[in-house]
Structure formats: structure tokens, C-alpha cells
Design a protein around this ligand. Structure first.
Ligand code: COA
Length: 333
């Protein structure tokens, strides 16, 4: 029998840095309400959103990613040539192929690095953290650049009452690399694919060829189905991630969930009985729901607010279209 040589690396991983890009244009609720017959009060009360950032024509999935990635690389002290992989989590890169990650890698000056996109919607960042961590631990890469990015404004119907006020744009990037101590706990992940029609981008690209097609693909969402699923199913997943990492809620410094709706964040924190000292990310108030970008963006905001510091322990959880979810405990960079 032929002997296949394998990398016998068993080491730990950690998040080394985080960088973000927020589009320049801030859009308050007042700019959105007319098209959806809503009000500033209703949006704040039902979602927690006061304003969001919407990218301009000169701000693309790739340009936002490159800007966030440059900060993450500088802060990690890693050059683009040292990267072992570039992973981009997004559902709004407007080309089916080649991937956004290859363009990002090229623009960062690393056109030879393995690069690919993952499609796990609002769970994309946490799927990516699990994937990158296993790549580092298994030896397939020393340093992985993971980006969560969305330009949801390209795929949101500004007249849809159920989505127009929720979705927004932005990018967040982290470098994940080797560590002497475990810096990323086990990822608890999965899907509830029987509810995959709860959030859909429709019609398909192929349907667009039909002259009677419904038109440009936008995200359609059964808001209440998603809301109930998140509120009742996601707290147990978060608790499983804590248990898998051997951490109690009392030992946590921060809870950084996907920013879908502030009421979902509150319900999860309550269900997990989080102590009041745990910093809870509420970046949704000024960033809206940026899907794969929401967790690194929320992390950055907690730093800027002085609510977290390097070395703190945080629980991350992402959940969204699929329906898919992933959670893990991490040491903050
Ligand atoms: N502005 C004002 N009123 C609105 C409205 C809007 N944009 N959208 C709906 N309404 C009205 C409805 O007509 C309804 O009125 P009625 O009671 O007179 O019939 C009422 O508000 C409640 O509608 P409902 O659809 O039940 O709202 P909701 O409380 O479920 O809130 C969401 C809507 C979208 C905020 C909420 O369902 C949600 O956050 N879902 C999860 C979204 C999410 O996280 N998505 C991303 C997944 S990662």
C-alpha cells in the first residue's frame, strides 16, 4: 500500500486582528419610511435600528473587503504574501464566478493564495471562523484572512416593508493564525433546511432570462418565521457553544451575536441568563443588518465604545438564510 504523507500539525488557533469598513453614507430611518409607509418610531421599536450605512456606487463588495482586510493585516503584523488562504463570506457579490475572494487576494497583492467564497448568509462569518480555525489547526494554512462583507442594498427592494429598513452594507475582516493556547472554541453549527424558504433571493439568475420574469433578484423574508426561529432555537445553540468551550455565562466578557434585530438580541441574552456585566453588541442601532459583516462590525464598535479589550472572552453566533447557524467562543484579538 502506498504511504500518503500528511501534515502532522496539531496546534491551536486564534483571531489575531479585526478590521472593518463602513460605507460613508449614513441613512437615517427618515429617508426610508416614505417608500414603505412606516415611521421612525415603528422601526426603532420593532428592530432597534436608528440608522444604517448604505454603500455608494464607488463602494463595492470587493473595495469594502480590501479596505477592511488591509487594517486586519496591518494590525496582525502579517503581510498578504504570508496568507495561506483568503475566505470571503458573502451573498451579495454580484458575479457568480470567479469568486470575490480571488479579486480581494489580487488587490491585496497575493494573487497566488488559495481563495474562495462561502455562502452561509448571516452565519457566514461564524462558518468562516470555524473553517479557518480548522485550517490553521490542521496545517492547511498558517494565516487565513476571513472577510464578512455585504452590499445588501443591491439586492433589497426599497419598497418592501419587511426588509427595506433592515438590510445594510459593510465589511469586516479578521486574520486567524496559530496560537500557543486555544483561542477559538469548538464551532457548533448546523442548518434547519426545511425552513430554507423563510429567506430567499428570488427570482433566480436563470429566471431573469424570461421576459415575464419577476425582475431583479431581491431578498424576500418571512419576518415572523425567522424571528421565532432565532428567538427559540438560537439561544440553545449559543449555550452549546459555551458548554463545548467549557465556559460559563458568568465567565464571558462579551456576547457578539449577528445583528438581525435588537429584540432577538435581547431575547437571546435573556434566555441565556447573561450576567449584566457581559457586554452585549448592539451595533444594529447604527449599522442595521449587514449579514456576514455584522459580527466583526459589532466587535469593532464594542472596542471603540471601550466595552471590550484584547484577551476578553466573547461568544459569537451567526444565523440566517438557509436557515443556517454557527456559534463559537473566542478570545478577542
Ligand atoms: N412599518 C410599519 N408597519 C409595518 C411594517 C413597517 N415596515 N412592516 C409591517 N408592519 C405592520 C404590519 O402591517 C402589521 O400591522 P397589523 O398588526 O395592523 O397587521 C404589524 O406591523 C406587525 O407586522 P409583523 O410583520 O408581524 O411585524 P413584526 O413585529 O414581525 O416585525 C420584523 C417585522 C421584520 C421587524 C420582524 O419580523 C423581524 O425582525 N424578523 C426577523 C428579521 C431578521 O432577523 N432577518 C434577518 C435574518 S438574519
Amino acid at each position: 500500500m502506498v504511504h500518503i504523507k500528511d501534515r502532522a500539525i496539531a496546534r491551536h488557533s486564534r483571531i489575531m486582528s479585526v478590521g472593518v469598513y463602513r460605507p460613508a453614507r449614513e441613512v437615517p430611518n427618515s429617508e426610508i419610511i416614505e417608500a414603505i409607509d412606516s415611521s421612525d418610531e415603528w422601526i426603532k421599536e420593532r428592530s432597534g435600528i436608528h440608522s444604517r450605512r448604505i454603500a455608494g456606487d464607488d463602494e463595492s463588495v470587493v473595495s469594502m473587503s480590501v479596505a477592511a482586510a488591509r487594517t486586519a493585516l496591518t494590525d496582525a503584523g502579517i503581510s498578504a504574501e504570508q496568507l495561506g488562504a483568503v475566505i470571503c463570506a458573502t451573498v451579495t457579490y454580484p458575479f457568480q464566478t470567479p469568486s470575490a475572494a480571488t479579486d480581494i487576494a489580487m488587490q491585496l497583492g497575493a494573487p497566488k493564495v488559495p481563495a474562495f467564497d462561502i455562502s452561509a448568509a448571516c452565519a457566514g462569518f461564524c462558518y468562516g471562523v470555524g473553517l479557518a480555525s480548522d485550517m490553521v489547526r490542521g496545517g492547511s494554512a498558517d494565516y487565513v484572512l476571513l472577510i464578512g462583507v455585504e452590499k445588501l442594498s443591491d439586492f433589497t427592494d426599497p419598497t418592501d416593508r419587511g426588509t427595506a429598513f433592515i438590510f445594510a452594507d459593510g465589511a469586516g475582516a479578521v486574520v486567524i493564525g496559530p496560537s500557543a493556547e486555544p483561542g477559538i472554541g469548538p464551532t457548533i453549527w448546523g442548518s434547519d433546511a426545511t425552513a430554507r424558504d423563510a429567506i430567499m433571493m428570488e427570482p433566480s439568475w436563470v429566471d431573469l432570462r424570461d421576459p415575464d420574469s419577476l425582475g431583479w433578484p431581491d431578498i424576500k423574508m418571512q419576518g415572523q418565521t425567522v424571528f421565532r426561529w432565532a428567538v427559540y432555537q438560537m439561544a440553545p445553540v449559543a449555550q452549546e457553544a459555551l458548554a463545548a468551550a467549557g465556559i460559563s455565562a458568568q465567565e464571558l466578557d462579551a456576547f457578539i451575536p449577528h445583528q438581525a434585530n435588537e429584540r432577538i438580541i435581547d431575547a437571546m441574552a435573556k434566555a441565556m441568563d447573561l450576567p449584566t456585566e457581559v457586554a452585549i453588541a448592539r451595533d444594529i442601532r447604527t449599522s442595521g443588518n449587514t449579514s456576514a459583516a455584522s459580527i466583526p462590525l459589532a466587535m469593532d464598535t464594542l472596542y471603540r465604545q471601550g466595552q471590550i479589550k484584547s484577551g476578553d472572552t466573547a461568544l459569537l453566533i451567526g444565523f440566517g438564510a438557509g436557515l443556517v447557524y454557527a456559534a463559537q467562543v473566542v478570545q478577542l484579538p
